[in-house]
Ligand binder design. Structure first.
Ligand code: TXA
Ligand code: MG
Length: 347
């Protein structure tokens, strides 16, 4: 299959063409404000099967259904809690996915066999226009091959999925760079299954009590993450990755020693404030510690660049886990397989 790559300049024409592909059961990758998504018609089981095949993703891992208007909710669920409307008013369109009980008519192929459905209204003009053009319901996981970092550029999608999908709409770089916050509203207490740009505090302000899946920030032996997708080793770079916590000077000293002792090709993920403390490795600053948004936007791109450069060992600084930092560290911990060393304890 030849994959067409179209710039999102003539938005109406591009989305009309892409909408036709979706209605016929084809797949279109498109930009959202978080990461690029790989879209198919959420009510067409064949489209969902094709999404799993194109990504090489296990089919028990449910997809997020993307909508463009609140009125679309009724076809997805007969049991919509007031909390969904309250959160939608505060955060939609935006980087928040909500899980509620699904209607029987929502295909099991789309929800990975679960009786719940994950729903999001993205905040991106291309995504919203495409959803409307494609019939109102687009099932879309992140548009990476399974196990690769999520794409923040159309070229990342092309690297992973060219020849396996019908079209890629190139809308330039995304805005946030890590995937949406997921909150499960189908149980007694709202529970965060994946941290993102919408933080625990922001959700608590609307909902009162909110819990977080206890497996988010540490590797747990017995505990299983509640979002099926969080169980797989996602975001895995090709090189071995280790994270280092502690005071900046201490971290830099430890990393420099590791690099000096290694015979492998090493990469370092640091911040603007510490970049000058390193040498003898491929060094990538993720941005300033005072601007977590830039750090989030650069993580996946830096990991892909390390893969392309054949980096065999990755040494990375840690970031504070306050606010949006929880989402940033959740992704870094997953990329590192939860391999984190506290440099102040080992001194
Ligand atoms: O920002 C995002 O959410 C991006 C863009 C494209 O919207 N999408 C995305 O989709 O990250 P994906 O498939 O890569 O991640 C969706 C996660 C998976 O971990 C999946 O297991 C979980 O959501 N999920 C989906 N439906 C679920 C459900 N009914 N119950 C529990 N977890 C669910
Ligand atoms: Mg994903």
């Amino acid at each position: 299959m030849e994959t067409q790559i179209l710039k999102a300049d003539e938005l109406d024409a591009v989305c009309e063409k892409a909408g036709e592909i979706l209605k016929k059961g084809g797949l279109v990758a498109f930009p959202t404000e978080t990461v690029y998504g790989l879209g198919g018609d959420a009510f067409n089981p064949d489209s969902s099967r094709k999404i799993y095949a194109a990504k090489g993703r296990p089919s028990d891992n449910p997809l997020i259904v993307h909508i463009a208007e609140l009125s679309a909710l009724d076809k997805l669920s007969a049991d919509i809690p007031q909390t969904l409307y309250d959160l939608a008013e505060a955060f939609w369109p935006g980087p928040l996915t909500m899980i509620i009980k699904k209607r029987e008519s929502v295909p099991c192929e789309t929800t990975g066999g679960l009786d719940t459905v994950a729903i999001r209204m993205p905040d991106h003009p291309v995504a919203l226009k495409l959803i409307r053009a494609g019939g109102g319901y687009i099932a879309a996981p992140s548009a990476n091959a399974s196990g690769r970092p999520s794409p923040t550029l159309a070229s990342h999608v092309a690297e992973d999925l060219s020849g396996r999908i019908d079209m890629i709409i190139d809308g330039g770089e995304v805005g946030i760079g890590i995937e949406s916050t997921i909150v499960d509203l189908s149980g007694e207490v709202p529970m965060i299954l994946r941290p993102g740009y919408v933080t625990h505090d922001m959700l608590s302000r609307i909902l009162g009590h909110v819990e977080s899946d206890p497996t988010l920030m540490k590797k747990t032996e017995g505990g299983r993450p509640k979002a099926p997708g969080m169980r797989y080793r996602h975001y895995a770079p090709k090189g071995d990755m280790q994270l280092f916590a502690g005071d900046m000077a201490c971290v830099a000293e430890t990393i420099n020693k590791k690099v000096a002792r290694s015979s492998k090709k090493c990469g370092i993920l640091c911040c603007d404030e510490s970049a000058g403390l390193y040498d003898n490795a491929v060094i990538r600053s993720l941005g300033s510690r005072s601007d977590l948004r830039s750090v989030a936007l650069n993580i996946y791109r830096a990991l892909r660049e390390f893969d392309d450069e054949g980096i065999e060992e990755i040494y990375a600084e840690s970031f504070d886990t306050d606010g949006f930092g929880q989402a940033v560290m959740n992704r870094m911990l997953k990329a590192a397989g939860y391999n984190i060393i506290n440099t102040e304890e080992t001194k």
